[in-house]
Design a protein around this ligand. Structure first.
Ligand SMILES: C[S@@+](CC[C@H](N)C(=O)[O-])C[C@H]1O[C@@H](n2cnc3c(N)ncnc32)[C@H](O)[C@@H]1O
Length: 220
């Protein structure tokens, strides 16, 4: 069943709660918390609720570290046009707007992520443009800074992202990504800029994720 934007927002609000992460006290996000029904949901529960793969309901390690890096280094985005690729909850775009970006566009292939970003932008009193769809390969000529939180969690996406990121960096964009050492993290082509220890690892990451790095894609 295809849901309209209002129905998606209602479902997000019913299954999450506004929360502040210890690592990102500047932001409030609609997230899965211990008090929300999603916390103990099984795959069958998620399917019944029409909430398969609710990536948007977690602040992933890569997104948390990238948002932290942007908030701590506002000069990187101040006055710049920013893209948050694979935005999920939209936390990185929101961090960019809080850091003085002139505008931020959040893209994701999941309509729930788009509406979660809308809700979270309102919660943080910033404006974020949202685009639903797969823009990999787009030259993004109107973008100065590309930010991507936790996109190397699956092989096909990782294989498509890195050549695109390299092309964007080659034409002058600053391309930053946050990654906790996922299996498909590229072996080269990017330089580490920061390492963080995360107090709030998302439940879906299990106990394994503690360190998370921010990289800049190298320019040729
Ligand atoms: C691990 S989550 C990360 C979300 C957010 N960046 C964060 O760090 O919390 C990955 C996100 O990538 C999105 N995604 C997967 N393939 C995509 C594609 N081809 N284009 C845009 N988004 C994609 C998923 O829908 C999901 O929201």
């Amino acid at each position: 069943m295809k849901l309209d934007a209002d129905a998606i927002r209602e479902r997000i609000q019913r299954n999450t709660a506004p929360a502040v992460l210890e690592f990102l006290p500047e932001l409030r996000l609609h997230l899965v918390t211990q008090e929300t029904p999603l916390w103990r949901a099984t795959d069958a529960d998620l399917e019944r609720a029409g909430l398969q793969s609710p990536y948007w309901a977690f602040a992933w390690a890569g997104g948390q570290s990238l948002a932290r890096y942007v908030l701590d280094n506002p000069k990187l985005v101040a006055g710049k046009r920013v893209l948050d690729f694979a935005a999920g909850s939209g936390l990185v775009a929101i961090a960019a707007m809080k850091s003085g970006a002139s505008c931020a566009r959040a893209t994701d292939i999941d309509a729930f992520a788009i509406e979660a970003t809308n809700l979270n932008a309102s919660l943080n009193q910033v404006v974020v443009e949202v685009v639903l769809g797969d823009i990999i390969g787009d030259p993004c000529a109107d973008i100065d800074v590309v930010l991507a939180g936790d996109v190397f969690f699956e092989r096909e996406l990782a294989q498509r992202c890195m050549p695109w990121f390299r092309g964007l960096a080659a034409r002058g964009a600053l391309v930053l990504f946050g990654d906790p050492g996922r299996y498909h993290l590229p072996k080269g082509g990017a330089t580490r800029r920061a390492r963080y220890v995360l107090p709030d690892s998302p439940k879906i990451d299990g106990e394994g994720v503690r360190h998370c790095d921010v990289y800049a894609v190298d320019t040729p």
